[in-house]
Structures are given as structure tokens and as C-alpha cells.
Design a protein around this ligand. Structure first.
Ligand SMILES: [Fe+2]
Length: 417
């Protein structure tokens, strides 16, 4: 058990650094927008988490690596202390990248010593949380880098593909029906889950149907070409004012070159692959698209009910596709459920009945963000494998586009369907 946790800790830390291998030193330091942090900050902050919540508490005689780091790399934990402003992280030219790696390796050393010598149920839970937290930052490293590279007209390539992305059959989408009734959602207590996935509880679902694969870029292009971005009747009021203000006419990373739509990817600028799942749209765009099709987004309970027995496979970060992939097969049931793009649901991020955050600083991890955010499900091609579950609740504000976020359509079951 001890060895298992220690090994998983090290594997996770190494995978983070493996994701940084293609970077030039310059790439570590720039902050391209307030929501996106420099890679250097992610590397230090995920280390700060272990230092602050594990070593400071359980390693006897532990001496802080640097008192300044307590302030610089605290993200949002008010009970730990003041934080350096989030939108100014790109101004931190010190510590250097080399110093941040030295910080990581010093903390890794201390963590290994602690995990080899000390066993404690609560400590194990916090280390597990730290591993899951680091995995979340692995995804953010990729999405924040993509945003940074996407600002550069030289279109830097993060990953040179060894092979073409797999292509599928491009079968037209079908529907999978669910009879509805009483069901249970939420985590049942075995294995890791975030506090907000609990408690498991009953919900009543009306009969519904889900589209058996994700909305493709080609399908979304039909919405664009039909003037979808110019029709206020399709949009929520806040969505309409947002797209007007931001001048959005297409998904983030789409641009026209020589009369052809292109898409910036972590593999560089490429013609939009029309059969691949659409990515990088806001909740507002997902909602407007669904309305245009005469359909709707699923609720998170519908999504979870439909996904609960399905195998968790997809183009996770380890596959190094770093881009969602066409459905590779046709058949009964839902495809592309996990590991391609996060799927917007129409559910606001709010507490399950009976939810209470854990006591202490770690109670700030999730619960305090339950305002003005929507739930997304399924994980993406930037999510590390092993991080996702059918009960997993991701959340972002409705105008967020820099994550790999897309659409699975839903509709009410009616007579004749
Ligand atoms: Fe964090």
C-alpha cells in the first residue's frame, strides 16, 4: 500500500515533467491571459500543494523550502494566507525555471522519505488529493500552453505527431434512448472522488435520448454557415452580449486561410477536420447550437446515468494525440463518452443534497466555486488517463473556451422516437 502510493506519486510527478519536455525556456514563463497560468507557475504550485498540505503537517522537523513560495504559489487558499494576484503570475521572472525544477525535486525527495517511513490514513487521503490535483494541473499545462501558442502567428508546434490521428467511419449520428425513472447519481464511496461528487443521491429522470457521438466540427460549421452567430433568437441574453462584445464568429482557434477554415492545435495549424469532435466552444455556443438543432444539452444527471456502466477509454493525454479523435466505430450505444472533449451540461455547478465541504483549508478546494459555473463531463484529450470517472464534475464559467469543451446533444423522448 505504502509502495503503491509512493510509486503513483512519483509516476504522476514524472508525467508532469514529461509534458514539459517539448518546451523552450521562453515557453515556461509567459501568461497569455488571466485564466491561464505560465507552465512554471503550474510546476511550482502543484509542488507547493504537497509541501503545504503534506510535508508541513506530517514530516517531523520539516523546514520550508522558501518562505516566499508560500505566497507566490498559493492559488486561492485564504486559510493558508495571502496570494500573489492570479493575473500577474506571468510577471514572476524569479524563481527561474531551473530553480522551480530544483524546488520540485527537493519536495519529491522529502515526499518519498515521508511515504517510506510514515503511514497515516488522513495523510494518505491528502497525498491522493495532491496526486489528483497534480493531474488537473497537467491538463491545465496543456490547455494554457495551447492558448499561449495560439496567440502566435508562427503557430508553434507543441507535439510533432508520430502518426496521423486515427480516422473513423463518419457515420451519421444516431440516438440512444433511456427510459427515465428513479436513478442514483454521485460517487458511492469506494475509490477516490472529490467532495463535490458526494453524496450519492436519488434523482428522477424523465425519458430522454442522447446523441450517440459528439457534435463534429463539420456539423458546427453548418451552424456557422447558416448565420448562427448573427441570430439573437438562438442565444441566451448573456451569450448574445458576450459574442457581440468578444466578436466571436467561430470556435476559439478557428481561422480562415485561403478560403479554408483552419484550426490551431497542439500539432500546429491544420485544416479543420470535419469529422472530429468540435472543441473549444463556450457554454453559450453549445446552448445556441443545440437550440438551432431543435435539441438541448443534457443535464449532468442524464449524462452520468447514461455513462455509468461504460468503459473509460478515449484519447487521453498519454495517447499524445492532444486533439479529439473521430469515432472509430459505429454500433449500439454511446461513443466518445470519455477522453475526447469535456461535454457541457445544462446543469449549474451546485452542491448535491447533503453536501458539505471538508473542514480546514482543503474545504476551499471545490465548494467555494459553486457560483456562475456550469458542469462539464467526460474528460478530454488533455486529461490524463485514470483521472476521470463517470461521476466526475468539472466546472467552468459559461464564457470559458480555452478548455477542450464540446457538445453532446440531448432531447426529450416523445411518442414516435
Ligand atoms: Fe491548483
Amino acid at each position: 500500500m505504502k509502495m503503491d502510493l509512493s510509486n503513483r506519486f512519483l509516476r504522476t510527478r514524472r508525467f508532469t515533467e514529461q509534458l514539459c519536455k517539448p518546451l523552450a525556456t521562453e515557453d515556461y514563463v509567459v501568461q497569455a491571459m488571466p485564466d491561464a497560468s505560465p507552465t512554471r507557475w503550474h510546476l511550482a504550485h502543484s509542488t507547493w500543494f504537497f509541501e503545504t498540505f503534506v510535508l508541513a503537517r506530517w514530516k517531523s522537523g520539516y523546514q520550508q523550502f522558501s518562505p516566499d513560495f508560500q505566497y507566490l504559489f498559493n492559488s486561492y487558499y485564504n486559510s493558508v494566507g495571502e496570494q500573489f494576484p492570479r493575473d500577474r503570475r506571468g510577471l514572476l521572472t524569479r524563481p527561474t525555471v531551473v530553480e522551480v525544477f530544483a524546488y520540485r525535486h527537493a519536495i519529491d525527495q522529502c515526499m518519498q522519505e515521508l511515504l517510506a517511513s510514515h503511514e497515516d490514513m488522513e495523510m494518505t487521503e491528502v497525498v491522493e488529493l495532491g496526486i489528483q490535483h497534480e493531474q488537473q494541473h497537467q491538463e491545465l499545462i496543456l490547455t494554457d500552453l495551447k492558448y499561449l501558442f495560439g496567440c502566435n502567428p508562427l503557430w508553434p508546434v507543441y507535439h510533432e505527431p508520430g502518426a496521423q490521428l486515427p480516422t473513423g467511419h463518419r457515420a451519421s449520428a444516431g440516438w440512444t434512448a433511456f427510459p427515465g425513472g428513479m436513478t442514483s447519481v454521485g460517487h458511492d464511496g469506494s475509490g477516490f472522488a472529490f467532495d463535490t461528487e458526494r453524496p450519492r443521491h436519488k434523482v428522477l429522470l424523465r425519458p430522454f435520448e442522447l446523441q450517440d457521438r459528439l457534435v463534429s466540427s463539420g456539423e458546427y460549421l453548418e451552424f456557422i454557415e447558416s448565420g448562427g452567430y448573427n441570430k439573437p433568437e438562438l442565444w441566451l441574453s448573456l451569450g448574445w452580449s458576450t459574442i457581440r462584445q468578444q466578436e466571436w464568429k467561430a470556435p476559439l482557434y478557428w481561422s480562415m486561410h485561403n478560403g479554408q477554415w483552419h484550426e490551431f492545435t497542439l500539432r500546429g495549424l491544420r485544416p479543420v477536420e470535419m469529422g472530429s469532435p468540435l472543441a473549444h466552444i463556450s457554454y453559450f455556443e453549445a446552448d445556441a447550437y443545440a437550440r438551432w438543432r431543435g435539441m438541448r444539452l443534457p443535464t449532468e444527471a442524464e449524462w452520468e446515468h447514461a455513462a455509468s456502466d461504460l468503459p473509460i477509454d478515449g484519447s487521453f493525454a498519454e495517447s499524445q494525440h492532444f486533439h479529439p479523435v473521430e469515432a472509430a466505430e459505429t454500433g449500439d450505444g454511446l461513443l466518445q463518452v470519455f477522453g475526447e472533449v469535456w461535454q457541457w451540461t445544462q446543469s449549474t455547478y451546485s452542491p448535491y443534497p447533503g453536501y458539505s465541504p471538508p473542514p480546514g483549508a482543503l474545504g476551499e478546494y471545490n465548494g467555494k466555486f459553486m457560483c456562475n459555473q456550469y458542469v462539464l463531463r467526460g474528460g478530454s484529450c488533455a486529461t490524463p488517463a485514470g483521472h476521470i470517472r463517470s461521476t466526475y464534475r468539472n466546472f467552468f464559467p459559461p464564457d470559458a473556451r480555452w478548455q477542450f469543451s464540446g457538445i453532446r446533444l440531448a432531447r426529450d423522448a416523445v411518442d414516435g422516437h
